[in-house]
Each structure stands twice: as C-alpha cells, then as structure tokens.
Design a binder for this molecule. Structure first.
Ligand SMILES: Nc1ncnc2c1ncn2[C@@H]1O[C@H](COP(=O)(O)OP(=O)(O)O)[C@@H](O)[C@H]1O
Ligand SMILES: CC(=O)N[C@@H](CCC(=O)OP(=O)(O)O)C(=O)O
Length: 302
C-alpha cells in the first residue's frame, strides 16, 4: 500500500504535481470554450518556420480534441512576396495592404490556395485527420468589393484588393458540424465582376468570418509580442486595451498593425466577446492563450 510518507519522498509525485496543476488550470477554459467556435488567424513570419507550423498544428488538433471548434484563417504575406520576387513582379504595401495588380492576383490565388493552405491542412491532418481547405471563393463564403479608402477614409489605389461586404459561412458551418477543422484561404469573389477574385487581408477576413460564425473568440498570431501603445517602444506593450482606445489609435498605427487593429474592432463590434493579438513566434502561444489564466499578448475588450 502507498502511504503519504512514500508519496512525499517519491520524485515522480513531485514532478506530477506541476503537471496536474497545469491540467487543472486548463479546466475553466475548457468549460468556457466547450463546443464554442474559436477563429485563429495564422500568418506572417510564424508561417515560414517549420517548427512553428508543427507547434501550431498540434495546438489546433489539441483544441479540437479538447472539445473546442477551431477554425483556421491563414495569411501568407511572406510566401506571396517571395513568389512575386521570384517571378519579377513588383509588389508594394500601401496603408497596410498589398497593391495587387492582375498579374499579382494570379500569384496570390495560387500561393494561398495551392501552397500555404495545403501545407497547413497536411500538418494538421497528420495529427487530427479532419482538416479541410476552403477558399473564400467557395460557395459564396467571402463576397467583396474593391477597397478604395485607407483607415482614415482617404482615397487609395490598391488594385485588386477587396473589402468583404457579405459572408455566407454555410460551407464552413457544415464542416464544423461534421467535426472537421476548416482552414480558410482569404480570396473573395468580386461582387461587381463575379468571375474575378479579390485579394483580402487575412486579418480582416478572419474577423468577418468570426462575426458570421458567432465565434466566441478571435485569436490573431503575429510577429511581435502584441500591440504596442507607442510603437516601437518595447515597454509600451498593451496587455489589454478597450475598443474605444484602439479606435482612437487607428490613425497612429503603421503597416501590418492597421488591418489587425481594424480586425479586432470589427470582431468586437460584431459581437465576438474576445479578440487577442498574440506572439506567433512563441511555440504553442495559441494553446497558452486559450487554456491558461495568464493569456498572452494584447486583449481587446468591449
Ligand atoms: N503599434 C504597433 N504595435 C505592434 N506592431 C506594430 C505597431 N505598429 C506597427 N507595427 C508593425 O506591425 C507588424 C505586424 O503586422 P504584419 O507584419 O502584417 O503581421 P502578420 O504578417 O503577422 O499579419 C509588426 O511586425 C510591426 O512591425
Ligand atoms: C490585401 C492584402 O494585403 N492581402 C494579403 C493577404 C495575405 C495576408 O494577409 O497575409 P499575412 O496575414 O501573412 O500578412 C497579402 O497580399 O499579403
């Protein structure tokens, strides 16, 4: 028979108690998110590191087996830039969005749907064979119009960049209902030219989908620790920020943080309870954000 004194001297029990604490810490979060949809946007530089892709895939598989309904929306800006470079096609960011010519659009569509989505789907399927790739062009998922203004409302020429005006989430909902893990590429059909596609910023698409699905949470991975109130001052990282304060900051934000901040606001305004920006360079940051009390990065609150 094992007595209390045996337990106190056995190092295996000492080790287990730390593991048990971590598991028990996850319980309230598992309860909160059980059967709930969480949209996770994976993008940027985290996506070009094979180890981070593996860690991300295991976090998504973990969520699914823990009873959450994850939906992945992926970016792939660095992949697109690399391919455009290889093909000698110029690309330029304006107001946080890629100016997209007809030629570049062909590359965006090919890279997102044919390369990035495939890589992610197969990494997740290796652990949970229920991932499925969907393009925003499928079954009217993302319908968009050309984007013609920047965050401050000034006119800007972005070529074939779209702003989502309608989402038909049925194709994704059906996958979720069947127990699958949707992995969504952010191309949209052009409402004004139905055979044409538009390039959608992945942060904005993730927010629009989170709202349409009634997701409980939107998590966005990026290549910094979170949102800095006073970029690039590293001591100004915001652990949490209200939607109102963030709205006020919009005109001061730069580059990629513009669509990310807009996406958080769109999600919160659309009824998603929690929107967070986390550091995708930290392996398993998604899991830590969702299942531990400390969370990670910046939480936008209503
Ligand atoms: N206030 C800010 N806080 C954090 N990052 C900011 C801020 N303003 C601008 N940035 C820039 O935004 C970048 C993140 O956007 P982006 O590169 O598009 O991310 P991703 O590719 O992960 O979607 C950061 O690497 C940083 O250079
Ligand atoms: C209009 C626009 O800027 N579209 C993005 C789509 C991919 C994306 O958003 O990728 P990340 O999340 O990795 O940045 C682009 O062409 O780069």
């Amino acid at each position: 028979m094992t007595t209390e004194s045996d337990i106190s001297v056995d190092p295996r029990y000492a080790q287990s108690s730390g593991k048990v604490e971590t598991l028990i810490e996850a319980l309230p979060w598992m309860q909160r998110y059980h059967d709930e949809i969480i949209v996770v946007k994976f993008g940027g530089n985290a996506m070009i590191d094979p180890e981070l892709i593996e860690a991300f895939a295991s976090d998504i598989a973990f969520m699914r087996y823990a009873g959450v309904k994850p939906v992945v929306v992926h970016g792939g800006g660095p992949h697109i830039s690399r391919m455009l470079d290889r093909l000698g096609i110029e690309s330029e960011f304006r107001a946080g969005y890629r100016y997209t010519s007809e030629e570049a659009m062909e590359v965006v569509r090919m890279v997102l749907g044919g390369q990035v989505a495939r890589e992610l789907v197969s990494a997740i399927n290796d652990l949970a064979p229920v991932a499925t790739g969907t393009s925003g062009e499928d079954a009217g998922l993302f319908q968009a119009k050309r984007k013609t203004t920047d965050a401050a409302g000034n006119p800007v020429d972005l070529g074939l960049v779209g702003e989502i005006v309608a989402v038909n989430p049925n194709v994704v909902s059906a996958d979720i209902a069947a127990g699958r893990i949707p992995v969504v590429s952010t191309i949209a059909s052009d409402l004004d030219q139905p055979r044409k596609a538009l390039n959608i910023n992945a942060d904005r698409a993730a927010a629009a989908l989170a709202v349409a699905l009634g997701a409980k949470k939107l998590v966005m991975l990026t290549d910094v620790e979170g949102l800095y109130r006073n970029w690039p001052d590293k001591s100004s990282l915001a652990a949490s920020i209200t939607a109102e304060e963030l709205r006020g900051m919009l005109p001061t934000l730069e580059s990629g943080m513009i669509p990310k901040a807009q996406a958080c606001l769109e999600a919160i305004d659309g009824g998603v309870k929690h929107a967070t920006i986390i550091d995708g360079r930290v392996p398993h940051s998604t899991l830590l954000e969702i299942f531990t009390k400390d969370g990670f990065g910046t939480e936008v609150t209503d």
